[in-house]
Design a protein around this ligand. Structure first.
Ligand code: ADP
Length: 497
């Protein structure tokens, strides 16, 4: 296994196949690049042309349990390191990841398809979690208070919660991994990462970088598998596991919460979203359109934070639709590794089929296609930037996550009406509000049922801020000092002295 993954010189000339060949393709268990307990492999596909770019070891339940054993035996040693020692190692992870940023970005594009500028953005966001939690690791939030009776002291200490199982999706294969690994390690926990089978190479490359940075054997283990259900279930029934952190669909999140219940495992859940993007008449048109492009098109629309429903007030409606359409139709679509490309393919043919179904349903109910709206012929899983106007309430596209480059726009008249429309969903991850009137924007931000709100901004993600959702969008927060609390157990000691 190359110990210096991503340091090679000729990165820019490489094809998806060549990039993939430079990443590890076997599991990382106890510091060893293990071949696993069976000889099965699964394919990794380049979504830009449907070709196979790598074979990766297909882990079994036994592999999952070996990884739990490795994490459990590394736990004492990692917990015993001083916060400053853990901080130094995490900071080295940040520096090495930053040094290898271009390779990692290209690897992400090779297996996920996203356009290179998006992949570069992801790598820098992902690396930030190492830096932030390197800085956070030495901060101690212990408390010492006098009990109200005066009889004793109340001491509150934070201890690492224990072995953590971390499950990540394919849409941000680097950032979702570091957003979990970094706070877990900073808090003194060891972990097992189970990346999505569509994008295992980025996770494995990050594993190699972490070993190089000095993360001890067993502290981070990576299990790749296409049998996620079986392997994760086995891990969640191993009594050594005390933490589950999951990012993915609400459906799978609910299954995992039930499985975690058997051992009462602490669970953090980052689930689906259905973000409203609200534009009031008094908003600055150009900045609203620029924000809309970021909120909709970052990652090609494949983000749980993606604007899913555009509610635009009547007075600015026509101008907004026109300007957004200008921007959307100007985007350069193609293979994500090619120069100048702004929108790559979707992840799978199934993802394209879902977008097609949602657009067809909206059009059948009366929506107008202003641009796009027809799948691009293969090879590759491409769908064009699409704008739908006058989308009718009740359309599936307003209730389901689109996860693609389609903007569904709905007119509204009053503030009261738009708050009700925005909240009419079981999701509550993020919302976006554009208005020149800050009093109004903050009032609406307060009324909207979502864990995060962008006010006159199309992006909210920040390693320093608590990312997470209300309602069925999730439990717990990632990022900021809050993200580390998910990995600690609070111990209260009543002391008389
Ligand atoms: P998406 O629809 O974005 O692929 P999923 O929720 O299906 O989202 O997948 C997110 C992550 O959850 C992936 O790593 C996937 O392998 C994993 N996963 C899917 N089903 C299960 C399951 N039953 N148990 C545990 N993990 C699962």
């Amino acid at each position: 296994m190359p110990k210096t993954v991503g340091l090679e010189s000729s990165i820019e000339a490489e094809s998806a196949l060549e990039l993939a060949s430079r990443a590890p393709n076997t599991m990382l268990i106890d510091g060893d690049w293990s071949g696993g307990t069976n000889s099965n492999w699964f394919d990794v596909i380049d979504p830009a042309d449907g070709s196979k770019i790598a074979s990766v070891v297909n882990g079994t339940q036994d592999d999952g349990l070996r990884a739990v054993a490795a994490a459990a035996s590394a736990a004492e040693g990692w917990k015993a390191k001083s916060p400053r020692q853990r901080s130094d190692i995490l900071m080295r992870c940040f520096h090495l990841m930053t040094e290898r940023a271009e390779f990692l970005a290209r690897l992400i594009t090779a297996e996920n398809g996203k356009a290179l500028p998006d992949a570069r953005g992801e790598v820098s966001y992902a690396a930030e979690f190492f830096r932030w939690y390197a800085e956070e690791s030495p901060r101690d939030f212990s408390e010492l208070a006098i009990a109200p009776s005066g009889a004793n002291r109340i001491v509150v200490q934070h201890q690492p919660i224990g072995v953590a199982v971390l499950i990540t999706p394919w849409n941000f294969p680097a950032a979702m991994a570091t957003r979990k690994i970094a706070p877990a390690l900073a808090a003194g926990c060891t972990c097992i990462l189970k990346p999505a089978a569509e994008t295992p190479l980025t996770a494995l490359a990050i594993g190699a970088i972490m070993l190089e940075a000095g993360v001890p054997a067993g502290v981070v283990n990576i299990v790749t598998t296409t049998s996620a259900g079986e392997v994760v279930n086995a891990m969640l029934h191993d009594p050594r596991v005390r933490k589950l952190s999951f990012t993915g669909s609400t459906g799978v999140g609910k299954i995992l919460l039930k499985e975690a219940a058997d051992q009462v495992i602490s669970s953090s859940m980052e689930l689906g979203g259905n973000a409203p993007f609200i534009v009031f008449d008094d908003a600055d048109l150009e900045s609203a359109v620029a924000g809309a492009m970021v909120a909709k098109m970052r990652n090609g629309g494949e983000a749980c934070t993606a604007a899913n429903r555009f509610y635009v007030q009547r007075g600015i409606y026509d101008a907004f639709v026109q300007r957004l359409t200008d921007e959307m139709s100007a985007l350069k679509v193609g293979r994500g590794l090619d120069a100048g490309i702004q929108l790559g393919p979707l992840i799978t043919p199934a993802a394209v089929a879902k977008v097609e179904r949602l657009v067809l349903d909206a059009v059948n109910r009366g929506a107008k296609i202003v641009t796009g709206g027809t799948k691009i012929a293969g090879p590759g899983y491409f769908y064009p930037p699409t704008v739908l106007s006058e989308v009718v309430p009740g359309s599936d596209i307003l209730n389901e996550e689109i996860f693609g480059p389609v903007a569904a726009i709905i007119p509204f008249e009053t503030q009261e009406e738009v708050i009700a429309l925005a909240n009419n969903t079981e999701y509550g991850l993020v919302s976006y509000i554009y208005s020149a009137d800050h009093k109004r924007a903050f009032f609406v931000a307060g009324e909207i049922e979502s864990g995060m709100v962008g006010v006159n901004r199309g992006i909210v993600s920040d390693a320093a801020a608590p990312f997470g959702g209300m309602k069925q969008s999730g439990l717990g927060r990632e990022g900021g000092r809050h993200g580390m609390l998910e990995y600690v157990e609070m111990k209260y000691i009543a002391a008389s002295w």
